[in-house]
Ligand binder design. Structure first.
Ligand code: ATP
Ligand code: MG
Length: 371
Protein backbone atom coordinates (compact mmCIF):
# COMPACT_ATOMS: atom_id res chain seq x y z
CA UNK A 1 0.00 0.00 0.00
CA UNK A 2 1.39 3.41 -0.96
CA UNK A 3 -0.09 6.64 0.39
CA UNK A 4 0.58 10.02 -1.22
CA UNK A 5 0.36 12.98 1.15
CA UNK A 6 -0.33 16.43 -0.34
CA UNK A 7 2.17 18.61 1.54
CA UNK A 8 5.66 17.60 2.63
CA UNK A 9 5.98 19.14 6.09
CA UNK A 10 6.13 17.72 9.60
CA UNK A 11 2.63 16.26 9.49
CA UNK A 12 3.47 14.20 6.39
CA UNK A 13 6.72 13.17 8.11
CA UNK A 14 4.91 11.97 11.24
CA UNK A 15 2.30 10.15 9.14
CA UNK A 16 5.12 8.32 7.36
CA UNK A 17 6.78 7.40 10.66
CA UNK A 18 3.51 6.00 12.01
CA UNK A 19 2.60 4.19 8.78
CA UNK A 20 5.86 2.29 8.32
CA UNK A 21 5.18 -0.43 10.96
CA UNK A 22 1.91 -1.23 9.15
CA UNK A 23 3.88 -1.75 5.92
CA UNK A 24 2.30 1.36 4.46
CA UNK A 25 4.74 3.36 2.33
CA UNK A 26 4.34 7.12 2.26
CA UNK A 27 5.42 9.63 -0.37
CA UNK A 28 4.75 13.36 -0.22
CA UNK A 29 3.96 15.99 -2.84
CA UNK A 30 5.24 19.50 -2.24
CA UNK A 31 2.51 21.61 -3.85
CA UNK A 32 4.81 24.64 -4.31
CA UNK A 33 7.77 22.96 -6.03
CA UNK A 34 5.67 20.10 -7.48
CA UNK A 35 8.36 17.69 -6.25
CA UNK A 36 7.59 14.19 -5.05
CA UNK A 37 9.69 13.58 -1.93
CA UNK A 38 10.33 10.97 0.72
CA UNK A 39 8.65 12.68 3.70
CA UNK A 40 11.24 11.80 6.37
CA UNK A 41 14.51 12.45 4.52
CA UNK A 42 13.06 14.93 1.98
CA UNK A 43 14.95 13.01 -0.75
CA UNK A 44 13.52 13.95 -4.13
CA UNK A 45 11.84 11.00 -5.82
CA UNK A 46 10.36 12.67 -8.88
CA UNK A 47 8.18 15.53 -9.96
CA UNK A 48 4.73 16.39 -11.24
CA UNK A 49 1.26 15.78 -9.88
CA UNK A 50 0.28 13.23 -12.52
CA UNK A 51 3.28 11.03 -11.65
CA UNK A 52 2.52 11.36 -7.93
CA UNK A 53 -1.14 10.35 -8.39
CA UNK A 54 -0.14 7.46 -10.61
CA UNK A 55 2.13 5.96 -7.92
CA UNK A 56 -0.44 6.19 -5.11
CA UNK A 57 -3.06 3.73 -3.92
CA UNK A 58 -4.53 6.35 -1.59
CA UNK A 59 -4.09 10.14 -1.51
CA UNK A 60 -4.52 12.33 1.56
CA UNK A 61 -3.46 15.81 2.70
CA UNK A 62 -1.51 17.35 5.56
CA UNK A 63 -3.05 20.80 5.16
CA UNK A 64 -6.24 22.39 3.91
CA UNK A 65 -4.73 25.14 1.75
CA UNK A 66 -4.00 22.85 -1.18
CA UNK A 67 -4.63 24.58 -4.54
CA UNK A 68 -8.07 23.53 -5.80
CA UNK A 69 -6.84 22.24 -9.19
CA UNK A 70 -4.55 19.83 -7.29
CA UNK A 71 -7.43 18.66 -5.09
CA UNK A 72 -9.73 18.30 -8.10
CA UNK A 73 -7.18 16.16 -9.99
CA UNK A 74 -6.74 13.93 -6.92
CA UNK A 75 -10.51 13.65 -6.44
CA UNK A 76 -10.91 12.66 -10.10
CA UNK A 77 -8.46 9.79 -9.56
CA UNK A 78 -10.89 8.30 -7.02
CA UNK A 79 -8.05 7.95 -4.48
CA UNK A 80 -8.46 11.05 -2.30
CA UNK A 81 -9.52 10.72 1.36
CA UNK A 82 -10.89 12.77 3.00
CA UNK A 83 -12.78 14.14 -0.04
CA UNK A 84 -11.83 17.35 -1.87
CA UNK A 85 -15.06 18.84 -0.50
CA UNK A 86 -14.03 18.14 3.10
CA UNK A 87 -10.53 19.57 2.57
CA UNK A 88 -11.88 22.68 0.81
CA UNK A 89 -14.32 23.21 3.68
CA UNK A 90 -11.42 23.45 6.13
CA UNK A 91 -9.62 25.92 3.85
CA UNK A 92 -12.48 28.41 3.46
CA UNK A 93 -14.11 29.93 6.54
CA UNK A 94 -17.25 30.76 4.54
CA UNK A 95 -17.91 27.10 3.68
CA UNK A 96 -16.77 26.06 7.15
CA UNK A 97 -19.28 28.34 8.89
CA UNK A 98 -22.08 27.09 6.59
CA UNK A 99 -21.12 23.51 7.51
CA UNK A 100 -21.23 24.26 11.25
CA UNK A 101 -24.71 25.74 10.81
CA UNK A 102 -25.83 22.76 8.73
CA UNK A 103 -24.47 20.32 11.34
CA UNK A 104 -26.35 22.37 13.95
CA UNK A 105 -23.34 22.87 16.21
CA UNK A 106 -22.88 26.06 18.24
CA UNK A 107 -20.45 28.58 16.71
CA UNK A 108 -19.78 32.31 16.98
CA UNK A 109 -22.29 34.69 15.37
CA UNK A 110 -20.83 35.95 12.08
CA UNK A 111 -21.26 38.04 8.95
CA UNK A 112 -19.48 38.04 5.60
CA UNK A 113 -17.66 41.15 4.33
CA UNK A 114 -16.63 42.10 0.78
CA UNK A 115 -17.38 45.85 0.81
CA UNK A 116 -17.17 48.75 3.23
CA UNK A 117 -20.97 48.68 3.41
CA UNK A 118 -20.86 44.99 4.41
CA UNK A 119 -18.36 45.97 7.11
CA UNK A 120 -20.71 48.64 8.53
CA UNK A 121 -23.59 46.15 8.50
CA UNK A 122 -21.45 43.47 10.17
CA UNK A 123 -20.59 45.89 12.99
CA UNK A 124 -24.34 46.50 13.49
CA UNK A 125 -25.24 42.82 13.37
CA UNK A 126 -22.30 41.18 15.20
CA UNK A 127 -21.45 44.03 17.58
CA UNK A 128 -18.10 45.05 19.13
CA UNK A 129 -15.63 43.71 20.03
CA UNK A 130 -15.26 41.46 17.02
CA UNK A 131 -12.66 39.25 15.39
CA UNK A 132 -12.16 39.62 11.65
CA UNK A 133 -10.63 36.73 9.69
CA UNK A 134 -9.71 36.29 6.03
CA UNK A 135 -11.87 33.48 4.67
CA UNK A 136 -8.97 31.95 2.68
CA UNK A 137 -5.37 31.23 3.61
CA UNK A 138 -5.38 31.93 7.38
CA UNK A 139 -3.35 29.86 9.82
CA UNK A 140 -1.61 30.33 13.18
CA UNK A 141 -3.61 33.50 13.77
CA UNK A 142 -2.41 35.11 10.50
CA UNK A 143 -4.90 37.12 8.42
CA UNK A 144 -6.86 38.31 11.46
CA UNK A 145 -7.82 41.62 13.04
CA UNK A 146 -9.37 42.52 16.37
CA UNK A 147 -11.85 45.40 16.25
CA UNK A 148 -12.50 46.76 19.73
CA UNK A 149 -13.81 50.27 19.14
CA UNK A 150 -15.21 52.41 16.33
CA UNK A 151 -12.03 54.54 16.10
CA UNK A 152 -10.16 51.54 14.63
CA UNK A 153 -12.58 50.98 11.75
CA UNK A 154 -10.80 53.06 9.07
CA UNK A 155 -7.35 51.64 9.74
CA UNK A 156 -8.59 48.04 9.81
CA UNK A 157 -10.71 48.55 6.70
CA UNK A 158 -7.64 49.80 4.80
CA UNK A 159 -5.86 46.51 5.55
CA UNK A 160 -8.92 44.35 4.96
CA UNK A 161 -9.63 46.05 1.64
CA UNK A 162 -6.12 45.12 0.44
CA UNK A 163 -6.60 41.55 1.59
CA UNK A 164 -9.96 41.28 -0.23
CA UNK A 165 -8.44 42.76 -3.40
CA UNK A 166 -5.67 40.12 -3.41
CA UNK A 167 -8.01 37.50 -4.89
CA UNK A 168 -11.51 37.41 -6.40
CA UNK A 169 -12.39 34.56 -4.05
CA UNK A 170 -11.14 36.32 -0.90
CA UNK A 171 -13.52 37.77 1.70
CA UNK A 172 -13.54 38.52 5.42
CA UNK A 173 -15.63 36.87 8.13
CA UNK A 174 -16.62 39.08 11.06
CA UNK A 175 -17.13 37.01 14.21
CA UNK A 176 -18.43 38.04 17.60
CA UNK A 177 -15.57 38.09 20.11
CA UNK A 178 -16.12 35.06 22.34
CA UNK A 179 -15.08 35.65 25.96
CA UNK A 180 -14.04 32.04 26.48
CA UNK A 181 -12.65 30.52 29.67
CA UNK A 182 -10.28 28.32 27.73
CA UNK A 183 -9.74 26.60 24.38
CA UNK A 184 -10.00 22.86 23.88
CA UNK A 185 -9.87 20.60 20.83
CA UNK A 186 -11.10 17.16 19.92
CA UNK A 187 -9.22 14.92 17.52
CA UNK A 188 -10.99 11.88 16.17
CA UNK A 189 -11.04 9.47 13.28
CA UNK A 190 -13.86 8.18 11.07
CA UNK A 191 -13.35 5.26 8.72
CA UNK A 192 -15.03 4.24 5.49
CA UNK A 193 -17.68 2.25 7.38
CA UNK A 194 -18.68 5.33 9.38
CA UNK A 195 -17.06 4.11 12.60
CA UNK A 196 -15.86 6.95 14.82
CA UNK A 197 -13.20 6.94 17.55
CA UNK A 198 -12.24 10.13 19.38
CA UNK A 199 -9.33 10.93 21.70
CA UNK A 200 -9.72 12.67 25.03
CA UNK A 201 -10.07 16.44 24.66
CA UNK A 202 -6.92 18.55 24.82
CA UNK A 203 -6.75 21.93 26.55
CA UNK A 204 -4.77 24.37 24.41
CA UNK A 205 -2.74 27.48 25.22
CA UNK A 206 -1.88 29.83 22.34
CA UNK A 207 0.94 32.36 22.48
CA UNK A 208 0.77 35.18 19.89
CA UNK A 209 -1.81 33.18 17.93
CA UNK A 210 0.31 30.01 17.80
CA UNK A 211 -0.36 26.85 19.80
CA UNK A 212 2.27 26.53 22.53
CA UNK A 213 0.95 23.93 25.00
CA UNK A 214 -1.66 21.14 24.73
CA UNK A 215 -2.67 18.96 27.66
CA UNK A 216 -5.02 15.98 27.39
CA UNK A 217 -7.87 16.31 29.88
CA UNK A 218 -10.35 13.87 31.40
CA UNK A 219 -13.69 15.70 31.73
CA UNK A 220 -16.59 13.39 30.84
CA UNK A 221 -19.33 16.04 30.54
CA UNK A 222 -17.29 18.21 28.16
CA UNK A 223 -16.05 15.13 26.30
CA UNK A 224 -19.65 14.00 25.61
CA UNK A 225 -20.56 17.43 24.20
CA UNK A 226 -17.46 17.49 22.03
CA UNK A 227 -18.05 13.97 20.71
CA UNK A 228 -21.64 14.78 19.76
CA UNK A 229 -20.46 17.85 17.81
CA UNK A 230 -17.60 15.90 16.21
CA UNK A 231 -20.00 13.19 15.07
CA UNK A 232 -22.43 15.74 13.59
CA UNK A 233 -19.66 17.48 11.61
CA UNK A 234 -17.92 14.28 10.48
CA UNK A 235 -21.20 12.75 9.30
CA UNK A 236 -22.22 15.92 7.45
CA UNK A 237 -18.96 15.70 5.47
CA UNK A 238 -19.07 11.89 5.13
CA UNK A 239 -15.57 12.30 6.46
CA UNK A 240 -12.83 9.64 6.25
CA UNK A 241 -9.58 10.18 8.16
CA UNK A 242 -8.55 12.16 11.22
CA UNK A 243 -10.47 15.39 11.80
CA UNK A 244 -9.87 18.06 14.43
CA UNK A 245 -12.42 20.38 15.99
CA UNK A 246 -11.23 23.47 17.91
CA UNK A 247 -13.62 24.77 20.55
CA UNK A 248 -14.13 27.67 22.89
CA UNK A 249 -15.22 26.56 26.36
CA UNK A 250 -17.62 29.17 27.71
CA UNK A 251 -18.65 28.19 31.24
CA UNK A 252 -18.79 24.52 30.34
CA UNK A 253 -20.63 25.05 27.03
CA UNK A 254 -18.64 24.35 23.88
CA UNK A 255 -18.71 26.45 20.71
CA UNK A 256 -16.81 25.29 17.62
CA UNK A 257 -14.15 27.80 16.57
CA UNK A 258 -12.91 25.98 13.50
CA UNK A 259 -12.25 22.57 12.02
CA UNK A 260 -9.09 21.11 10.51
CA UNK A 261 -9.58 18.27 8.01
CA UNK A 262 -6.33 16.56 8.99
CA UNK A 263 -4.08 15.49 11.82
CA UNK A 264 -3.61 18.45 14.15
CA UNK A 265 -0.90 20.02 16.29
CA UNK A 266 -3.09 19.64 19.41
CA UNK A 267 -3.13 15.86 18.80
CA UNK A 268 0.65 15.34 18.84
CA UNK A 269 0.43 14.26 22.50
CA UNK A 270 -1.19 11.01 21.30
CA UNK A 271 2.24 9.77 20.13
CA UNK A 272 3.14 9.03 23.76
CA UNK A 273 -0.21 9.42 25.51
CA UNK A 274 -2.63 7.19 23.59
CA UNK A 275 -2.83 3.55 22.57
CA UNK A 276 -2.72 4.52 18.85
CA UNK A 277 -1.44 7.94 17.78
CA UNK A 278 -3.43 10.29 15.53
CA UNK A 279 -1.00 9.76 12.63
CA UNK A 280 -1.43 5.98 12.65
CA UNK A 281 -5.20 6.31 12.97
CA UNK A 282 -5.32 8.69 10.01
CA UNK A 283 -3.39 6.19 7.90
CA UNK A 284 -5.59 3.32 9.10
CA UNK A 285 -8.77 5.26 8.25
CA UNK A 286 -7.72 6.30 4.74
CA UNK A 287 -6.30 2.85 3.95
CA UNK A 288 -9.52 1.07 4.92
CA UNK A 289 -8.05 -0.64 8.01
CA UNK A 290 -9.83 -0.91 11.36
CA UNK A 291 -9.25 2.11 13.62
CA UNK A 292 -6.84 1.67 16.51
CA UNK A 293 -7.84 2.37 20.10
CA UNK A 294 -7.89 6.06 21.01
CA UNK A 295 -7.75 5.35 24.73
CA UNK A 296 -5.36 7.47 26.82
CA UNK A 297 -2.45 5.59 28.38
CA UNK A 298 -1.42 8.23 30.94
CA UNK A 299 -1.66 11.98 31.55
CA UNK A 300 0.27 13.67 28.71
CA UNK A 301 1.00 17.17 27.45
CA UNK A 302 2.76 18.57 24.40
CA UNK A 303 5.04 21.60 24.30
CA UNK A 304 5.65 23.19 20.88
CA UNK A 305 9.24 24.15 20.10
CA UNK A 306 8.96 27.44 18.23
CA UNK A 307 11.98 29.01 16.52
CA UNK A 308 14.60 26.94 18.42
CA UNK A 309 16.79 24.19 17.03
CA UNK A 310 18.57 23.04 20.16
CA UNK A 311 17.43 21.96 23.60
CA UNK A 312 19.33 21.25 26.80
CA UNK A 313 20.75 17.71 26.79
CA UNK A 314 19.21 17.23 30.24
CA UNK A 315 15.77 16.97 28.64
CA UNK A 316 16.88 13.85 26.78
CA UNK A 317 17.73 12.26 30.11
CA UNK A 318 14.31 12.91 31.60
CA UNK A 319 12.37 9.68 31.84
CA UNK A 320 8.99 11.02 30.75
CA UNK A 321 10.00 13.58 28.11
CA UNK A 322 10.05 12.68 24.41
CA UNK A 323 11.51 15.03 21.81
CA UNK A 324 10.26 15.10 18.22
CA UNK A 325 12.26 17.30 15.82
CA UNK A 326 10.93 18.03 12.34
CA UNK A 327 14.28 18.45 10.56
CA UNK A 328 13.49 22.02 9.50
CA UNK A 329 15.77 25.05 9.14
CA UNK A 330 15.55 27.50 12.02
CA UNK A 331 13.37 30.61 11.55
CA UNK A 332 11.92 32.89 14.23
CA UNK A 333 8.62 31.50 15.52
CA UNK A 334 8.69 28.48 13.18
CA UNK A 335 7.31 25.16 14.43
CA UNK A 336 10.59 23.22 14.74
CA UNK A 337 9.50 20.28 16.86
CA UNK A 338 7.63 19.37 20.01
CA UNK A 339 8.16 17.67 23.35
CA UNK A 340 5.64 15.20 24.71
CA UNK A 341 5.70 14.98 28.48
CA UNK A 342 3.96 12.20 30.44
CA UNK A 343 3.08 11.81 34.10
CA UNK A 344 1.85 9.02 36.34
CA UNK A 345 -1.07 11.23 37.47
CA UNK A 346 -2.32 14.71 36.52
CA UNK A 347 -0.40 16.16 39.48
CA UNK A 348 2.74 14.25 38.49
CA UNK A 349 2.37 15.58 34.92
CA UNK A 350 2.25 19.16 36.24
CA UNK A 351 5.38 18.37 38.26
CA UNK A 352 7.12 16.97 35.16
CA UNK A 353 6.19 20.15 33.24
CA UNK A 354 7.68 22.28 35.99
CA UNK A 355 10.81 20.15 36.01
CA UNK A 356 11.24 20.50 32.26
CA UNK A 357 10.53 24.26 32.41
CA UNK A 358 13.85 24.83 34.20
CA UNK A 359 15.66 23.70 31.01
CA UNK A 360 13.51 25.79 28.70
CA UNK A 361 13.96 29.50 28.11
CA UNK A 362 11.10 31.55 29.61
CA UNK A 363 10.86 33.85 26.57
CA UNK A 364 10.74 30.94 24.09
CA UNK A 365 8.32 28.82 26.16
CA UNK A 366 6.08 31.35 27.92
CA UNK A 367 3.06 29.03 28.30
CA UNK A 368 5.12 26.69 30.44
CA UNK A 369 6.52 29.37 32.67
CA UNK A 370 3.08 30.89 33.28
CA UNK A 371 1.88 27.65 34.87
P1 ATP B 1 -4.72 27.88 13.72
O1 ATP B 1 -4.59 27.46 12.31
O2 ATP B 1 -3.42 28.02 14.43
O3 ATP B 1 -5.71 27.08 14.50
P2 ATP B 1 -6.13 30.12 12.69
O4 ATP B 1 -5.28 31.16 12.10
O5 ATP B 1 -6.80 29.18 11.79
O6 ATP B 1 -5.29 29.36 13.76
P3 ATP B 1 -8.29 30.61 14.58
O7 ATP B 1 -8.11 29.32 15.25
O8 ATP B 1 -9.63 30.88 14.01
O9 ATP B 1 -7.22 30.92 13.48
O10 ATP B 1 -7.93 31.80 15.59
C1 ATP B 1 -6.70 31.84 16.29
C2 ATP B 1 -6.96 32.15 17.75
O11 ATP B 1 -7.59 33.43 17.89
C3 ATP B 1 -7.90 31.18 18.43
O12 ATP B 1 -7.23 30.03 18.86
C4 ATP B 1 -8.44 32.05 19.57
O13 ATP B 1 -7.50 32.13 20.62
C5 ATP B 1 -8.55 33.40 18.94
N1 ATP B 1 -9.91 33.61 18.37
C6 ATP B 1 -10.33 33.23 17.16
N2 ATP B 1 -11.63 33.54 16.96
C7 ATP B 1 -12.05 34.15 18.09
C8 ATP B 1 -13.31 34.69 18.52
N3 ATP B 1 -14.38 34.70 17.72
N4 ATP B 1 -13.37 35.20 19.77
C9 ATP B 1 -12.29 35.22 20.58
N5 ATP B 1 -11.07 34.73 20.23
C10 ATP B 1 -10.95 34.19 19.00
MG1 MG C 1 -7.32 27.66 15.17
Amino acid sequence: MQVLVLGAGQLARMMALAAAPLNIKTIAFDVNSESIVEPITQTKLGSGLAAAIEQADVITAEFEHVPHPVLDACQASGKLLPSATAIKTGGDRRIEKALLDKANVANAKYALIRTRQDFEQAIEYVGLPMVLKSTLGGYDGKGQWRLKEASQVDAIWAEMEQCIASSAAQAIIAEEFVAFDREVSLIGARNQHGEIAVYPLAENVHTDGVLSLSTAIDEPQLQAQAKQMFTAVAECLDYVGVLALEFFDVKGQLMVNEIAPRVHNSGHWTQQGAETCQFENHMRAVCGLPLGSTEALRPTAMINILGEDTLAQEILSMKQAHIHWYGKDKRPGRKMGHINVCGNSPADLQQQLQDIAQWLDASAFPALHQK
